[in-house]
Write a protein that binds this ligand. Structure first.
Ligand code: 1GP
Length: 249
């Protein structure tokens, strides 16, 4: 089970790293390389999902990933077409930063019977899209407005509402390829409000210093995708930062 391992890591102060693979932007070479590098340690999960996703191609690459890693694979779906029994768990995302009912309940109703049949571990996730300084796929595809980056109090109240609604995880996301990752003030504000819920932060993390900033501000797990598509060899450096943050905590 994945969720207990997230909770356990949080309780021990162990920081975690998830590598996001977008099925539409990957290939066998990239997956092989990321798996080789992840094998050296310091990576806790693979996240799998994207904004578009060609279903046939996604299943093929997901099998390929499954065959090349023993790490847990967590679905981070951009739509109901991205569900697969090949994964270990599913972030059941409610886009609580937005006001699009389809992403708060509509798509969930359509997906629920299929999720049950696939027997996936479901992690109810309160997802907050934060302005990352650029128009992102998530904003465009979800037809929602991001929370302004200079309004930590809005993110804080939203995350608290997510906790009261029963979400088990809060995900702050500036969107894939964001110009500006979620800032420390906002991460700290949210962290303070959600007690023991694991906090995942992603979007625009490219440099080790940005990873360290997010973790020291209170993220339990960071997600990195875009920068690893461009330079997979950045992974060991990021993994070392995450490990180093654990020792200090
Ligand atoms: C996006 O949080 C993820 O949903 C990761 O973002 O691709 O910018 O690393 P990047």
């Amino acid at each position: 089970m994945i969720y207990p391992s997230l909770l356990d890591a949080r309780r021990k102060g162990e920081k975690q790293l998830a590598v996001l693979i977008d099925p539409d932007k990957t290939d066998r070479k990239l997956i092989t390389r990321l798996c080789e590098l992840a094998e050296r340690g310091g990576v806790h999960y693979f996240l799998w999902g994207g904004s578009l996703v060609n279903e046939t191609q996604a299943e093929y690459y997901l099998s390929f990933l499954r065959a090349h890693t023993k790490l847990p694979i967590i679905l981070f779906p951009g739509s109901i077409y991205q569900l697969s029994a090949q994964a270990d768990a599913l972030l059941f995302l409610s886009m609580i930063s937005g006001r699009n009912p389809e992403l708060l309940i509509g798509q969930h109703v359509l997906a629920a019977p299929r999720i049950k049949r696939l027997n996936l571990e479901v992690i109810p996730t309160g997802y907050l899209y934060i302005d990352g300084g650029t128009t992102s796929s998530v904003g465009y595809m979800s037809n929602t407005q991001p929370i302004p980056a200079n309004k930590p109090e809005i993110a804080q109240a939203t995350a608290l509402a997510g906790k009261y609604l029963g979400h088990r995880l809060i995900y702050l996301d500036a969107g894939s390829g964001a110009k500006n990752p979620v800032n420390a003030t906002m991460i700290k504000a949210v962290r303070k409000e959600i007690d023991d819920l694991p906090l995942v932060v992603g979007g625009g993390i490219r440099h080790p210093e940005q990873a360290a900033m997010a973790l020291s501000a209170g993220a339990d797990c960071i997600v990195v995708g875009n920068s690893l598509e461009e330079s997979p060899d950045l992974l060991p450096e990021l993994a070392a930062v995450v490990k180093g943050m654990t020792v200090q905590s």
